[in-house]
Design a protein around this ligand. Structure first.
Ligand code: AMP
Ligand code: ZN
Length: 436
């Protein structure tokens, strides 16, 4: 049996000691935040000019929320609280039109983040003997590098393959006797559908666990993956603004994800009234970082909906758990794990002169993967009836969109007036993907 905790003292800290630690770290975070032009102005407005003004954890509630728009307005350096010479890593969010949101990390920030990921891994019963195939993308996206560092810290054997190239994934999984896959749930299902084609059966693999995250999925999808592959699947939730993965993860009991409350203060609010929701009631998750010096964030509104389970966990960890993410309060779509806003699609296609006035975004399942179809009305007068011209236009749109949203869409061209017209708010997105 592998070690049950990565750091028992930290993970089982008594609640009152945990709250004390939170207050200490919140004060430290306020000092970091006050070094940024953005928070300096904002905190002063709330009457906070030093960490000494924070006497209780509840004082946090006097601070206004931070939003994604705030982060964009701070681009590129408005939220940086240390000298650039101390920054060792930059990540940006996916799914933004134009200005991305940037998160900076110092060496110590990366160390602390990695430690949180290590806790998550050990909480699933994994350890040094495991062979970890990291099928999340590396790069600005935090999923790949986040788990990579954590897995190395734990001492697992890491296969840093990244996403895509299904045949090779399966081959390596077989050859290296991979025991843990880190992957999006949709890609995991896709992988299953390609197993036989690659010449393998599940019984040829050595998989024991799957870490599934980066996109919403249902309990039934988890069950399906567990049955198909004969594995234990664990839910992993994080977001780039809170480092990425390692914010919350399921332990072996798989009932809710522990949020590391010595690194994040979690609040759940009603997105309309902005008031805290009653215990165990769903609302929007709001996080405050407690241990990130280079980019402290206070009361960041995630737009993700979930609730907090009150009470302890059989595993002995005292950090509370959140439910599966049930939805979002904005229109962000998650397509095969990649965040896409409908406005990004609109921005790209409306740049093309032959495009008419109406378009629709269709999302459907193709096997287990998501498929994006963009239906566009075009000005037929601009064409001389040459099919090659239409093909070229379709190809240009596909390429432009692919470059912008990192998803390869199918483009359908339509005659003017043929797509549905809406008198009120246009329904631009038709999402037929059903949660299993
Ligand atoms: P990013 O900042 O690009 O890493 O995207 C983070 C977003 O992905 C979150 O705000 C969630 O909306 C979504 N997400 C990540 N992990 C999960 C998960 N396990 N379940 C549902 N949604 C998730
Ligand atoms: Zn637990």
């Amino acid at each position: 049996m592998e070690k049950a905790y990565w750091n028992k003292a930290e993970e089982t800290l008594e609640r009152s000691a945990l709250r004390k630690l939170q207050l200490k770290r919140l004060r430290q975070t306020i000092d970091w935040a006050l070094r940024t032009p953005f928070y300096k102005a904002r905190l002063r407005k709330s009457g906070i000019s030093s960490s000494r003004d924070i006497k209780h954890l509840d004082d946090l509630k006097a601070i206004p929320f931070t939003t994604k728009d705030d982060l964009r307005e701070c681009y590129p350096y408005g939220l940086l609280s240390v000298g650039l010479k101390d920054v060792v890593r930059v990540h940006t969010s996916s799914g933004t039109t134009g200005t991305p949101t940037v998160i900076y990390h110092t060496k110590e920030d990366i160390f602390r983040w990695t430690d949180l990921v290590a806790r998550c891994i050990v909480a699933t019963g994994a350890g040094k003997k495991d062979i970890f195939q990291n099928m999340m993308s590396y790069g600005m996206f935090t999923g790949g590098l986040g788990l990579h560092y954590g897995a190395e810290r734990v001492g697992m054997t890491v296969i840093p393959i990244g996403s895509g190239n299904t045949r090779r994934q399966i081959q390596l999984m077989h050859d290296f006797k991979t025991t843990i896959a880190h992957i999006t749930p949709s890609y995991m299902l896709h992988l299953y559908s390609k197993l036989a084609e690659a010449g393998f059966a599940v019984s040829d693999l050595s998989l024991k666990k799957a870490y599934l995250g980066a996109e919403p999925y249902s309990e039934n999808t988890r069950k399906k993956i567990e049955e198909l592959f004969g594995v234990d699947a664990y839910n992993s939730y994080g977001l780039s603004e809170m480092n990425g993965p390692g914010v919350s993860f399921e332990c072996v009991y798989k009932r809710g994800m522990h949020v590391w409350e010595d690194a994040y203060i979690i609040e759940v609010i009603d997105p309309r009234t902005l008031e805290e929701t009653p215990a165990e009631q769903e609302g929007e998750i709001v996080f405050t970082t407690l241990t990130r010096s280079a980019t402290p964030l206070l009361r960041y509104r995630t737009r993700d909906l979930a609730f907090i389970y009150e009470g302890g966990c059989k595993c002995g960890r005292t950090h509370r758990k959140i439910s599966r993410i049930t939805g979002r309060t904005d229109d962000m779509l998650i397509i095969n794990g990649v965040n896409v806003y409908p406005s990004q699609v609109e921005e790209v296609i409306m740049r093309i002169p032959q495009v008419g006035t109406n378009y629709q975004i269709y999302l459907e399942k193709e096997g287990s993967l998501d498929k994006l179809v963009v239906k566009v009305e075009i000005y037929s007068k601009m064409f001389k009836g040459d099919l090659r011209e239409l093909d070229a236009l379709q190809e240009r749109m596909r390429e432009d969109l692919c470059a912008s949203i990192i998803i390869n869409p199918e483009i359908e061209l339509h005659e003017p007036g043929s797509l549905p017209v809406f008198e009120g708010k246009a329904k631009r997105v038709v999402d037929t993907r059903q949660k299993l």
